[in-house]
Design a protein around this ligand. Structure first.
Ligand code: F6P
Length: 546
C-alpha cells in the first residue's frame, strides 16, 4: 500500500481546530484545570511503567477531540498498517521502513514487501551475540594474543548517534570494555582518539549503511594506516569488524567475512541502532542487555500498534506537538531528560526528528502550505536549568518541552535523586503556574520590605507561567525502558510525518552539501576549478592562501 495523500489543512478537523484556536488561544492552562477536576486523569496515559502526563498543555477537551479526529481523517490507522506491514512507504527510495522487524520476536514473522525477514534478522542477532560473547569474555584476542580492552565505533549520523547515545545511556550496565566513537571528518577527532589507544587491544567497528560516506571511509582509512604502523596486513582480520548493506565494499577494505555484519536497506540509518549498527551497544553491555533493549522497543511497538489513539503515548506526543507547531506557531521543542545518562538523547533525536520531518515537499510532490518538522534541542536537567531555562521561563518564545524523569535512580543514592526529582517537578510546575505580581509583592511584604522601594524591580520577578510541558515519568532507566522510550519517539516521528503528508524516511536534503563538498575538495587541491558564488570564491581563495 501507499501512504495516503491528504493535505491536513483540507480536513474538516483541521478547519475546526483553526476555528477553535482562534477563539481559545488565550486560554490559560490554569483555567483548564479549574474547569475540569478530572483533568490530570483524563490527560495522563499509563503504560508499562511509563506515565505520560500531558495535562500541563494548552489543550482543552475540544482541541483534544479534534486532534484525534485529525489523526483519523489523515488515515493514520491505515498508514500504520503499511508501516508495520512492510509496504514500501519510503516511496522516494522505494523502500519499506521496517526497523520494527529488528526487535520483533521471530514468531511475529515480519515481512518486507511480502517476504519474511525473520530468519535473516535472527541470523544477524546470533552473529552479534556470538561475537559479543567472544570479545567480552576475551576468547577472541588481538594480534599479540591479548584480550580486547577498547572498541572504537567509526561511523557518522545514524551510524554514530544512536550507538553514542545508547552506550552513554546504559553506562551503568557497561562491562570492562571502553567504547570510543570517531565520527567527524575533522582529523583532530580521530587522532585525539587514537592517542590513548593500544593497537594490540583495540577493536575497530566500521559502521556505514552505504559504505560510501566520506567521513567514515576517511576515518577508517586513517585508523587502518595507524594500525598497520604497529601490525601487519593479516592482523586487520582480527581487529576490524564492519556493519553495512554494502558487503562488496567491505571486502575491499580487508575485513574478515566473519566480522562483516549485514544490514538491510529497509532500515533507515537514523533508526538503525536496533540492527548490527548497535554492535557497540551490545559489546558495551553484553548481548542479554541488548536483547532486553530490543524487547523494550518491541513492547512499545505493540502499544503503538494496538492502543486506541486517545491512550496511545506516541500518538498523543505527536498530536500535542502538532497543536503547538501548526496552530500556536511554535518553532522548536525542547527535550530535557533528568538523568545524566541521557546526555546525548536530544542530539540523537535531532537526527531522528529533523532528518525525518524537515521536509517542505508533500507526498504529492508539491510545496506544503503549512509548517512541518520542529527544531529539536535540549540538554539534561539540572544542568540546563542553569543554562537556558531563563529563556524558557521569561523569554518571548513558546517552547513546548518534554521532561523525562525516572522514579528510581541507578546508583541508589536517594539524597541525590530526591534533589534531582524535586527540580524535575519544580520546573514543570514553575513553567505552568508562574508567579504573579501579587505573589511577588507578598514575598517582599513577608520580608518586611516597603513595596514602594522595590516597585521598579517587581516586573522582573513576575513569571507569566502558562508554558506547556509533557512529563514522562518512567520507573527506572533500564535497557528495556530505554528501548521503549526511543521507540515512542520513533513512532511520534511516523505519526507526524503521516499527518503532515510528507515522506519521513528519505533524506534528500543532505545530498546537495555532500555534492558541493566533493567538488570543492578537488578545487582546493587544484585539480578542478568549479565556478562558485562570489562569497564562496573569496573564502576559498583566503583558505588556499593560508
Ligand atoms: O547524513 C545523511 C546520512 O545519509 C544519514 O541519514 C546517515 O545516518 C548518515 O548519512 C551515515 O550514512 P552511512 O551509514 O551510509 O555512512
Amino acid at each position: 500500500m501507499k501512504l495516503p495523500r491528504i493535505n491536513p489543512t483540507s480536513t474538516a478537523a483541521w478547519k475546526a481546530l483553526e476555528a477553535h484556536f482562534q477563539t481559545r488561544q488565550a486560554d490559560r492552562i490554569s483555567d483548564l484545570f479549574a474547569q475540569n477536576p478530572n483533568r490530570v486523569a483524563q490527560y495522563t496515559a499509563q503504560w508499562n511503567g511509563f506515565t505520560l502526563d500531558y495535562s500541563k498543555n494548552r489543550i482543552d477537551d475540544t482541541a483534544k477531540k479534534l486532534l484525534l479526529e485529525l489523526a483519523q481523517q489523515c488515515q493514520l490507522k491505515e498508514a500504520m498498517q503499511g508501516y508495520f506491514g512492510g509496504s514500501p512507504i519510503n516511496e522516494t527510495e522505494s523502500r519499506a521502513v521496517m526497523h520494527t522487524a529488528l526487535r520483533a520476536p521471530a514468531s511475529a514473522d515480519s515481512k518486507v514487501e511480502g517476504s519474511s525477514v525473520a530468519a535473516e534478522v535472527e541470523a544477524v542477532k546470533t552473529q552479534i551475540k556470538n561475537f559479543c560473547d567472544q570479545i567480552i569474555s576475551g576468547q577472541k584476542k588481538g594480534f599479540t594474543g591479548k584480550a580486547f580492552t577498547d572498541v572504537v565505533n567509526i561511523g557518522i549520523g545514524g551510524s554514530d548517534l544512536g550507538p553514542v547515545m545508547a552506550v552513554e545511556a546504559l553506562k551503568y550496565y557497561q562491562n570492562h570494555l571502553k567504547i570510543h566513537f570517531v565520527s567527524n571528518v575533522d582529523g583532530d577527532h580521530v587522532y585525539e582518539t587514537l592517542k590513548s589507544l593500544n593497537p594490540e587491544t583495540t577493536l575497530f567497528v566500521v559502521v556505514s549503511k552505504t559504505f560510501t560516506t566520506q567521513e567514515t571511509l576517511s576515518n577508517a582509512l586513517t585508523v587502518k594506516k595507524w594500525f598497520l604502523s604497529h601490525a601487519s596486513q593479516k592482523d586487520i582480520a582480527l581487529h576490524f569488524a564492519a556493519v553495512s548493506t554494502n558487503t562488496a565494499k567491505i571486502a575491499e577494505f580487508g575485513i574478515a567475512p566473519e566480522h562483516v555484519f549485514p544490514m538491510w536497506d529497509w532500515v533507515g540509518g537514523r533508526f538503525s541502532l536496533w540492527s548490527a549498527v548497535g554492535l557497540t551497544i551490545a559489546l558495551s553491555v553484553g548481548y542479554n542487555h541488548f536483547e532486553a533493549f530490543l524487547q523494550g522497543a518491541h513492547e512499545m511497538d505493540r502499544h503503538f500498534a494496538e492502543t486506541p489513539f486517545e491512550d496511545n503515548i506516541p500518538v498523543i506526543m505527536a498530536l500535542v506537538s502538532i497543536w503547538y507547531n501548526n496552530f500556536y506557531g511554535a518553532e522548536s521543542e525542547a527535550i530535557i531528560p533528568y538523568t545524566q545518562y541521557l546526555s546525548r538523547f536530544s542530539a540523537y533525536l535531532q537526527q531522528g526528528i529533523m532528518e525525518s520531518n524537515g521536509k517542505y515537499i508533500d507526498r504529492s510532490g508539491t510545496r506544503v502550505n503549512y509548517q512541518t518538522g520542529t527544531l529539536i534541542w535540549g540538554e539534561p536537567g539540572t544542568n540546563s536549568q542553569h543554562a537556558f531555562f531563563q529563556l524558557m521561563h521569561q523569554g518571548t518564545k513558546l517552547i513546548p518541552t518534554d521532561f523525562i524523569g525516572f522514579k528510581k535512580p541507578l546508583h541508589g543514592d536517594m539524597d541525590h535523586h530526591d534533589k534531582l526529582m524535586s527540580n524535575f517537578f519544580a520546573q514543570t510546575e514553575a513553567l505552568f503556574v508562574g508567579k504573579s505580581k501579587a505573589e511577588v509583592e507578598a514575598e517582599f511584604i513577608a520580608k518586611g520590605v516597603d513595596l514602594d522601594s522595590v516597585a521598579h524591580i517587581i516586573p522582573f520577578k513576575v513569571f507569566e507561567g502558562n508554558k506547556p510541558t509533557n512529563t514522562l515519568l518512567i520507573d527506572q532507566l533500564t535497557p528495556a525502558t530505554l528501548g521503549s522510550l526511543i521507540a515512542a519517539y520513533e513512532h511520534k516521528i511516523f505519526v507526524q510525518g503521516v499527518l503532515w503528508n510528507i515522506f519521513s524516511y528519505d533524506q534528500w536534503g543532505v545530498e546537495l552539501g555532500k555534492q558541493l563538498a566533493n567538488s570543492i575538495l578537488s578545487d582546493i587541491d587544484g585539480s578542478t576549478n568549479h565556478p562558485h558564488d562570489a562569497s564562496t570564491q573569496a573564502l576559498l581563495k583566503a583558505y588556499q592562501n593560508k
